[in-house]
Design a protein around this ligand. Sequence first.
Ligand code: SAM
Ligand code: SF4
Length: 349
Amino acid sequence: MHDDLRCDWTKDEIRAIYRTPLLDLIHQAATVHRRHHDPAEVQVCKLISVKTGACPEDCKYCSQSVRYKTEVEPTPLMDVADVLETAKRAKAAGVTRFCLGAAWRQVKDNSQFDSVLEMVREVTDLGVEVCCTLGMLTPDQAGKLEDAGLYAYNHNVDTSNEYYDKVITTRTYQDRLQTLANVRKTNVTICSGGIIGLGETEEDRISMLQTLGTLDPHPESVPINVLSKVPGTPLANVEDVSVFDTVRMIATTRIVMPKSVVRLSAGRAKMSPSDQAMCFMAGANSIFSSEAKIMLTKAVPSQSYDEDKALLQQLDLKIRQPFKDQSREHPPQYSTQHSPQNSTAPAAT
Ligand code: SAM
Ligand code: SF4
């Protein structure tokens, strides 16, 4: 373990990093990035919503909650064949991680879950990393996804423990951490990050990074989303986040979790090529791309495959190959605080 890889971060330490003058911070993050990653590589991911809308949860940012009237129409679970076709086109466009998202509160043991397991098996056979984001999971369901070949499970903590109930009231922070702990008992890697621009304070961002950075081991993958403001949701009119705040958040994430893949996720569609280049300098090494410029639903856009190909070419970046994360061959070591035996989530910090 390199001595910059730690799971005992205090808020004071993370605050000091976060408040470093921006250009120094970018320099420090770029230095850490180069110790653990090839800075010329960016992973291109594709997210597909396999079941859209009518979600019972009340996440105040989300275009898919049944509680808000948004432009997103609910659609039933996609056919396995359609998902596979989309995955094949994505792979041909250079995508090396394919994520399946469902607007569910939690996975239920029913035929829909069986279909998702089939999607995981078939897309995995294409030779891309498959990730799922399906809501809360039991240990048994996590095991079934592992058996189907799942590479990663996404479950974002979204914000700080302190701010969580201002954004979501239908589940707790502890529920979120428990699902992460359930996934950790398997060999499936963890993707967990959050959103900035929800009206949170700087202290909330620091607290969220402390939660993620004290998971032992760290999530292998950390998405940093900038809120895509969705008309009809309670957060439709919050103040914009400056690109420099986004870069600051990415750089701090890179330093706190040096080995993790930091994913520049929602919000990128509004960024100029030079904004994005700054994010890559600061340690982001993954993006979401799509043929129809839709990251999740039409309310959360992305760039197109062609635009991203051109951007990577202009910046002399190449696409990161799949399965570079070694944790599948070398399962993570658990500390006593977060062991597979006791299987409980760490207490929210
Ligand atoms: N229902 C599942 C869940 O909540 O875990 C998966 C759905 S959603 C694809 C997963 C993540 O997308 C959310 O946790 C949130 O971080 C992100 N997200 C959703 N809507 C967003 C928006 N409007 N702006 C930014 N991020 C958003
Ligand atoms: Fe449902 Fe997930 Fe949207 Fe929350 S983020 S409303 S759980 S789809």
